[in-house]
Design a protein around this ligand. Structure first.
Ligand SMILES: Nc1ncnc2c1ncn2[C@@H]1O[C@H](COP(=O)(O)OP(=O)(O)O)[C@@H](O)[C@H]1O
Ligand SMILES: [Mg+2]
Length: 305
């Protein structure tokens, strides 16, 4: 069954794009089919997934004129992408000038529903939609077109403010799309040993979101050099871990042969950090998939009663 999940926060730099790419890659690596839709005019997803910058015009035209979407196929095994880019800056203007916002809202959903994986009768298991931090109209479009919402946040005060903004937009979006479910909040870039801080943030989140938002037990640890290695090379966490492993065995072999160990292209991160980050993503992906299954089981019980 296809599930459409929006990743949003009213603030930039809280990990939306990194998380979308990392979760998508992780879920695809476990054998499910994934489509990523980048609705950010900045198109950062191209860097994280290593496919380079695109202009986003296909997504723009799909939203404004209902044209079918161009899909970048096979960005990874079982992972396709609808790229974002600067053409999406015009969406807000297009909607405002037409004065047809409400009537056109399901346009994104229809466009995304029309995308199918190639060479199989199976559908995507998961569609992850990355969103820009500002651009309320784009966010509204995404919220109107999604089944679930995941909110990443850092643990500082400013990021928590961004969370309040997105919580308000979520509440407003439910008027248009009552099926939109807040799946959970992910603490992103949390420093080691900050268990007490995490607890405090979690209770603040429960208050802000009126207890309605579960906070995922798995947070993404603060590992900056791993993040730099990932983004500069277009590697996902589990891929960085693999690169470290390959690098290590190469070094060991060279040492055994008495050859000089080449450190020219060395990574900034340590192999242990890459492994920790990869395990955070693996655990979080599992938690996200389980949370959706639970929500759906709950919904079935409610219908049956
Ligand atoms: N585990 C991590 N620890 C610390 N910083 C990270 C980590 N993962 C990613 N980052 C950095 O966090 C920043 C914000 O990421 P990004 O996903 O682009 O945010 P957003 O999409 O919300 O604007 C980037 O500079 C990225 O390199
Ligand atoms: Mg982003």
């Amino acid at each position: 069954m296809r599930r459409v999940v929006a990743i949003a926060n009213g603030k930039g730099g809280v990990g939306k794009t990194t998380l979308t790419a990392g979760l998508a890659g992780q879920v695809a690596a476990t054998g499910l089919r994934v489509l990523v839709v980048d609705t950010d005019p900045q198109g950062n997803m191209g860097r994280d997934l290593g496919y380079g910058l695109q202009d986003g015009s296909s997504l723009g035209l799909a939203i404004t004129h209902g044209l079918p979407l161009d899909v970048s196929r096979g960005v990874r095994d079982r992972l396709d992408v609808v790229p974002g880019g600067p053409a999406l800056w015009d969406i807000a203007a297009a909607f405002t000038s037409r004065g047809a916002r409400g009537a056109s809202l399901p346009g994104l959903r229809r466009a995304v529903d029309g995308v199918r994986p190639e060479g199989t009768d199976d559908d995507y298991d998961l569609v992850l939609i990355d969103t820009p931090p500002g651009e309320p109209i784009l966010q509204e479009l995404v919220f109107a077109s999604s089944d679930y919402l995941i909110i990443p946040t850092r643990s500082d005060e400013a990021s928590l403010d961004g969370l309040v903004v997105v919580a308000q937009r979520f509440a407003a979006a439910r008027a248009v799309n009552p099926d939109l479910t807040l799946l959970g909040v992910t603490l992103f870039g949390v420093r080691a040993g900050s268990t007490r801080l995490i607890k405090r943030v979690q209770s603040a989140l429960h208050e802000t979101l009126d207890g309605a938002a579960p906070v995922f037990a798995t947070s993404i640890r603060y590992l900056e050099s791993a993040a730099v290695d990932m983004r500069s090379r277009g590697l996902l966490p589990h891929e960085l871990e693999q690169v470290h492993r390959a690098d290590k065995s190469l070094r060991i072999n060279r040492l055994r042969q008495g050859a000089r160990v080449d450190t020219g292209d060395s990574l900034l991160s340590r192999d242990s950090s890459a492994a920790r980050l990869a395990s955070d993503y693996a655990e979080l992906a599992q938690e996200v998939l389980t949370a959706m299954t639970q929500k759906e089981a709950q919904a079935r019980v409610e219908v049956a009663v």
